[in-house]
Design a protein around this ligand. Structure first.
Ligand code: 5FX
Length: 570
């Protein structure tokens, strides 16, 4: 059936396929312990910039600010916020740059009119996996910060390793293989920590530092993730590592919520004491903000610091994903997050403790071949026009009459594979498809991969499941219809910019309100759902076709088998 993009628009206008929907936002105002003007801040120590956003107790954004590392801190000579090593594998960023950016960001927030005395609690997100090594004596420095000086002047020599390894690093293959061998193989490691060994995961990075710079390691009194590093700056003492972000280290037993001694031993001696105990629950109130902040910026002395988490977990919180939901971020590379009740760690993808409820889990899958691959086929088959691409997509019927393809133009990480592989309806390998079959095979192949890998990690689609699409391609209705059909679930969109900051601000509210309720003897009154009930609703973008399961059920099985065959061959 051909359906031109205009038809989709008409259908949307007539309300047939697309209408603003979802339960109306709950009209909640201040909760226990809040005033009408109470505010929360969420920070995001991300790769290219440091961002912050403040919300009021109606969850409305009242202030935003950011500092771009390359442009505003050129003295650190970063490119995209990172320094690349000559080997092409090593990627670092100077922790002192993040500190200096925080000095600048606080001034921007003040200039933007944020009254810090309104802030009842703050939390934050950080790029995952990267770590900061604090030199012996650094906690004493943190505890004695002078309010009349910048943070960066006082913390210049607080780090035993100046350049922190970050998530883009892939220089630790030897350490990864050693860790997997030490614990009994890659699946065993995944069963304990939620992931097989990955180069960017912090345990492997620490093992490399210990092997290559033993003196620096010896002189390290504490190791933080980017997230707990941010929290430590505000607490003016070391903050524990959040369970969800700590799941990206290959060190945490995600079932027991404790460091796994075997993994610690495999990476470096004395590692447990350098990491400190992980924080016990999601949205955990660590304590009040340090005196430095009250004196320098006018924070109230009882402003709470809630454990910072990773940027992906914070985004999951910002999107308020429920069990059975799946978020699809369609960007340069595509990312999938999902809430899991019963995880099944696999050799592909990651299982983390959930950032919003530590009894649950989240899945994270990164697909390198995302937008750039779609664009390549737009250029090749549709003369560079998304309209023509959508028309071609709609010309081929759902299920593509049995033709499927795997388009790993870049070396794919989910799963590990490369090359372009096409199969016709009989399963025979073919060299080429006609244009409309090619376009549909690209889109269906990418989406089937997401469903197959999410399900391999324990994700289960249910009656109530929703797919939440974000990122550039989530504005393409033809593509969203294929998402709805492949997942056999309604697709929603949401214009949340800065979902990590927003999620962190929600977690700040959770930590603060839960502790106020507990102090009043009502420990169970506050959950992540109650503190976010007033958030902006999502918008229904499209519903699956009635025959979606019939069409894609068998195709998904064929896709799964094809991927397995290709991975085995490579
Ligand atoms: C997730 O595992 C990643 O490595 C990245 O998404 C980083 O968190 C980006 F900051």
């Amino acid at each position: 059936m051909f359906m031109a993009p205009q038809k989709y628009a008409q259908a949307a206008d007539s309300g047939e396929m697309q209408h603003p929907e979802q339960t109306p936002a709950a009209n909640t105002g201040p909760m226990a312990g809040e005033e009408e003007d109470t505010a929360y801040i969420g920070f995001d120590f991300s790769t290219q910039q440091l961002k912050a956003l403040a919300i009021d107790c109606h969850l409305k954004v009242i202030c935003e600010a950011s500092v771009m590392f390359d442009r505003e801190l050129p003295e650190f000579r970063t490119h995209g916020g990172v320094n690349a090593g000559a080997d092409g594998l090593t990627f670092t960023a100077p922790a002192i740059m993040w500190v200096k950016a925080l000095d600048m960001l606080m001034d921007k927030l003040r200039v933007a009119g944020l009254d810090f005395a309104r802030v009842a609690a703050l939390s934050g997100a950080g790029q995952q996996h990267g770590c900061v090594l604090w030199r012996a004596g650094a906690e004493a420095t943190l505890g004695a910060l002078e309010p009349d000086q910048f943070l960066h002047q006082q913390l210049e020599s607080a780090f035993s390793v100046r350049n922190s390894p970050i998530w883009m690093d892939s220089s630790t293959t030897a350490q990864c293989r050693a860790l997997e061998q030490y614990v009994g193989g890659p699946q065993k490691l995944a069963d304990i920590t939620g992931s097989r060994a990955y180069e960017r995961f912090t345990g492997n990075q620490i093992a490399k530092i210990h092997q290559q710079s033993p003196e620096a390691y010896k002189n390290t009194e504490r190791i933080s993730l980017a997230s707990s590093f941010g929290a430590s700056l505000f607490l003016c003492k070391y903050a524990g590592i959040d369970l969800s972000d700590g799941s990206g280290m290959n060190l945490l037993d995600i079932g027991k919520h404790a460091w796994d001694q075997h993994c610690l031993d495999a990476c470096a001696p004395g590692l447990g004491s350098r990491l400190g105990a992980p924080v016990p629950d999601a949205g955990h109130l660590l304590g009040p903000i340090g005196e430095f902040w009250a004196e320098r910026y006018g924070f109230r002395p009882d402003c709470g610091v809630v454990a910072f988490t990773g940027d992906n977990p914070a985004s999951l919180a910002g999107l308020r994903l429920r069990p059975g939901d799946l978020a699809l971020s369609l960007g340069t590379s595509d990312t999938v997050f999902a809430c899991l009740e019963r995880p099944r760690p696999a050799l592909t993808g990651h299982v983390f403790v959930s950032p919003t409820d530590a009894d649950k889990y989240m899945a994270l899958l990164c697909f390198k071949n995302g937008s750039l691959t779609r664009q390549k086929y737009r250029d090749q088959c549709a003369g560079g026009s998304w309209d023509t691409f959508n028309q071609l997509l709609s010309t081929a019927p759902p299920g593509n009459l049995g033709s499927i393809g795997v388009y790993w133009l870049e070396q794919e990480i989910t799963p590990h594979g490369s090359g372009v592989h096409r199969r016709d309806a009989s399963g025979a390998a073919v060299e080429a498809f006609d244009k409309h079959t090619e376009v549909r095979a690209v889109v269906e192949g990418q989406l089937m991969a997401k469903r197959v890998h999410a399900e391999s990690l324990g994700f289960q689609l249910g009656e109530e499941s929703r797919v939440l699409a974000t990122g550039g391609a989530s504005r393409n209705p033809a593509l969203l219809q294929v998402v709805a059909d492949v997942f056999n679930a309604p697709v929603y969109t949401h214009d949340v910019a800065n979902s990590a900051c927003l999620g962190a601000a929600y977690l700040a509210r959770l930590g603060r309100c839960r502790s106020a309720a507990a102090a009043a003897g009502d420990t169970d009154a506050v959950t992540f759902d109650t503190v976010t009930a007033a958030a902006e609703p999502f918008h229904l973008a499209c519903q699956p076709r009635p025959d979606a399961q019939q069409v894609y059920g068998p195709l998904l099985e064929r896709y799964r088998a094809l991927e397995a065959e290709l991975v085995a061959e490579q």
